[in-house]
Design a protein around this ligand. Sequence first.
Ligand code: AMP
Length: 331
Amino acid sequence: MIISTIGSHSALQILFGAKQEGLNTKIYCLKGRQKIYEDYKVTKQIVLLDSYEELLEMQPEVNEIFIPHGTLIATLNEKVTEVSLPIFGNRDSMLWEMNREKNHQLLEKAGIRTPKSYKIDEIDRLCIVKFPGAKGGDGYFLCSSPSEYEEKLSVLINQGKIQKEEVLGAQIQEYIAGVTMYPHYFNSIIYDRVEMLGIDRRYETNADALGRLSQEKLDIGLSYKVVGNQPLIIRESLLPRIIEYGENLLTASKELFSPGLIGPYCIELAITPDEIIAFEFTSRIVAGTSLYVNGSPYSKILFNEEMSMARRIAREIKMAMGQRRLDELIS
Ligand code: AMP
C-alpha cells in the first residue's frame, strides 16, 4: 500500500503517519519544493511536477491512495474532482467545501448557527467583508455602514489588492466577536463513529498582531492569512456540543452528498459568551492537525497511543484492507 499526497500543507504529517503504520509513501512536489521532504526523510519517492494540473492525468501505482489537502483545493479549484488518482474520502465533498453557498448550506442543514449575511444597504453593525478564492483572508476588511463599505472597498481596488470581478462574490457577514476554535473530526467507516481527535487555533497575520497596537494606529490593512497553529483544549462542559456539531454535520452531509464526509473534516468555530457559531466547514485534513504528530490530549485518551490524524487515516486504510472494505473509503 502506498500513501501519496502533494508536497505542502500537512504533507510531513501525512507521510509520517503512513510510515508509522508501516505503509509506503510517495510525494508529488512542484519542482524546487522537495527539499523539506528530503530533509525530514518522510519518503524515498518524490515525483516532481511543473504544475498540479499534472495530477489530472497521473497514472496511479497499484495500491496507491492519494490524501487530498488544502493546497490541492486551493490550486485546482473545481477540477479537484478530476484528479486521476484514487482519493481517500468522498471527492464530491471538496466541491461543497470550496463553494461558500454550499458550505453554508451544509452547516445550516446540520442546524449549526452561521454568521448572518448582509446586503450592502443593510449594513448596520460591525461586519466583516470576505472575498472568494484562496487568498487566505488577505484583503478582508471591517465596516459598520454602507458608506464605510464603499470607501474601504475603493481603496483596496485602487491598491490592486482586490480585483473588480471579485467584488461580486464578496460576502458581508456580521462580525463575530468570539474566540476561534477548529475541532478536527474523523468519520470512521470501519468503527461507524465520529471521533473528535484534537482542536487547534489558527494564528492569523496580521489580525492576531493588531491587538498589540493602540486604537489610533489601526489604519493598517487587515489580513487573516494563516501562518501557524496553536494547540487548544476546550472547556470540558462544552465538549458535548462540539461532538454533537461534528455528528450533525456528518448526518447532513450524507443527505446532501451521499455517502457524505469520509475520514477527516473540520468545523471553523467562533465561541462567544452565549453561542457557538461556525464560519465554515472543511472536508479534508486541516493543517492544524500537524500539531499533534504525537497525538492530541483527545486522541491519546481515545486510543491510548500516539494517534495523529494522518496515522488515523493510515490505520483506517489498513483495517479496511483487512476487511476488504477499501472501496468504501476511496473515490
Ligand atoms: P474564512 O475565509 O471564512 O475561513 O475566514 C478566515 C478568518 O477570518 C477566520 O479564521 C476568522 O478569524 C475570520 N472571520 C471569518 N468570518 C468571520 C466573522 N463572521 N466574524 C469574525 N471573524 C471572522
